[in-house]
Design a protein around this ligand. Structure first.
Ligand code: GDP
Length: 454
């Protein structure tokens, strides 16, 4: 799908640097080359040229690169100008280019968007480019590169292929039910089997090989004064949360990104839970429960110096309450202030839960907690990883849920129209991952989070 306007943006970071690169993409890129360079450079060759203004005066000089359509990143004619990285020169050049008819500034992510619309990359790969740029750990870089090369897309494409074949089989048995004489039930069962095995394969590779781009959300919760803010501070190695011995000091949520040996997580410190008459504190406590609902893991901090019976009562009450909010959240109990006791700094599994004895004040035992988090969150640092966004996993879950429903209904009612409808819903959910069936609104939302020049 060719766009009828041409876009320009600086692709290097704004600010002073040795080189500044501009990218121009679209049908009038040729015109830009003619006006700025006085010629169209030889395709895919680095050509040293002058960059000219309207009066043929030299604005700058540098390397120009010409990628004629369709053999370019966007699939359109692309001109790249590599000049000196002075913000003033870049600004003058952009102004000069914008004075040419039909040229406008690119929106964030618009080069990727054009590459997507022109079939150069799918949506997973476009997202991988953004993930690569925003990678905060080495494994994230490796995983984004794998996604960019299509290692996740391929599984989704196979799933879509199976779905399309299934739909063809089903639709043709609706359209020609009287003319076609085949064992419809048998074919449908075969298709169900094939689809199920591909869904399971994808779920397995997501669980074994995916790195979630969005950081894991780890929430710190517990009674006041147990040491929640001290734990946040020691985990993030910063004095960000205010630590006092006055209960209720953390009234709102505090967020901190931390990198534990390459494992990126977002730590949320909360007001904890307790009865209070302070209205502001009440809001903080409610927000904490809302945040718990959206978190992957809770570190429930207990002051280990208090009566063990009381500790047990607090932890049991929490377990009872949390499961009505979020029953997939992982729970780790942090027995804090262990420095005041003669106990070991260790981790113990009691029933279904882990208890880590540590001191958020001295730091003893904090490494045990970090190791435990890495293990519990299945952080991987191996080859063959790819990036999955929560969006991808959600779409797979949605379509697998529809699949199970369709299979059940087929066994019960043998209703081919109902099955056709379910298959269409599944294709839509899966297609949204790669962008085959993605609404314009969603596309706009995804690309608008990219940076300008990408
Ligand atoms: P929060 O209300 O749960 O956030 O608790 P804070 O982190 O504000 O800590 C409450 C008080 O306990 C402060 O005086 C801290 O210095 C103290 N404290 C926190 N962790 C420890 C610890 O591991 N050992 C000792 N001895 N004191 C601690």
């Amino acid at each position: 799908m060719m766009q009828n306007d041409t876009i320009v943006a600086q692709v290097t970071h704004p600010g002073k640097s040795s080189v500044g690169i501009l990218r121009i993409s679209g049908i009038d890129a040729k015109q830009v080359a003619m006006e700025i360079l006085g010629k169209i450079p030889k395709p895919r060759f680095a050509t040293y040229t002058k960059f000219l203004n309207e009066n043929n005066e030299v604005l700058d000089q540098g390397i120009s690169l010409w990628f004629p359509a369709p053999f370019s990143f966007t699939g359109e004619d692309v001109l790249e100008l590599q000049g000196h990285g002075s913000p003033l020169i870049i600004d003058l050049l952009i102004k000069r280019i914008l004075s040419i008819k039909n040229i406008r500034l690119a929106k964030p992510g618009e080069f990727c968007e054009r590459a997507f619309f022109n079939g150069k990359i799918d949506l997973i790969q476009a997202e991988a480019i953004d993930d690569l740029i925003n990678s905060e750990t080495e494994s994230m870089v490796k995983a984004s590169l794998n996604s960019l090369e299509g290692s996740f897309s391929i599984y989704i494409r196979i799933l879509l292929k199976i779905l399309i074949k299934f739909r063809v089989d089903v639709e043709s048995s609706i359209d020609f039910s009287e003319e076609i004489n085949f064992d419809c039930n048998n074919i449908i069962h075969k298709n169900f089997k094939q689809l199920n095995s591909q869904f399971l394969k994808i779920k397995k590779i997501i669980s074994d090989k995916s790195v979630i781009r969005e950081a894991k959300k780890i929430i710190i919760f517990g009674p006041p004064n147990a040491g929640k803010s001290s734990l946040l501070n020691i985990l993030s190695s910063r004095d960000r949360a205010i630590v006092t011995n006055i209960p209720g000091t953390t009234r709102d949520l505090l967020y901190e990104y931390i990198n534990i040996n390459g494992f990126l997580c977002e730590i949320i410190d909360t007001a904890g839970f307790h009865k209070t008459d302070d209205e502001i504190e009440k809001i903080g406590i409610n927000r904490a429960w809302e945040a718990l609902n959206k978190s992957d893991h809770v570190l429930f901090v207990i002051d280990k110096t208090i009566d063990p019976k009381k500790q047990k009562e607090i932890s049991n009450n929490f377990i009872k309450k949390i499961h009505s909010y979020n029953n997939s959240i992982k729970i780790t109990f942090v027995l804090n202030k262990n420095d005041l006791l003669k106990d070991n700094f260790d981790i113990q599994k009691i029933g279904d839960f882990y208890f880590v004895s540590l001191s958020a004040l001295t730091g003893q035992g904090v490494d045990i907690l970090k190791k435990h988090l890495i293990k519990a969150e299945k952080y991987k640092d191996q080859v063959g990883l790819f990036v999955a966004r929560r969006r991808h996993i959600h779409q797979i879950d949605l379509s697998y849920f529809e699949f199970l429903k369709a299979q059940k209904e087929w066994l019960k009612y043998k209703n081919i129209e109902l099955l056709a409808e379910s298959l269409s819903l599944m294709s839509k959910s899966v297609g949204e991952i790669t962008g085959n069936f993605t609404s314009n609104d969603l596309l706009e939302k995804i690309f608008s989070t990219f940076c300008i020049g990408k």
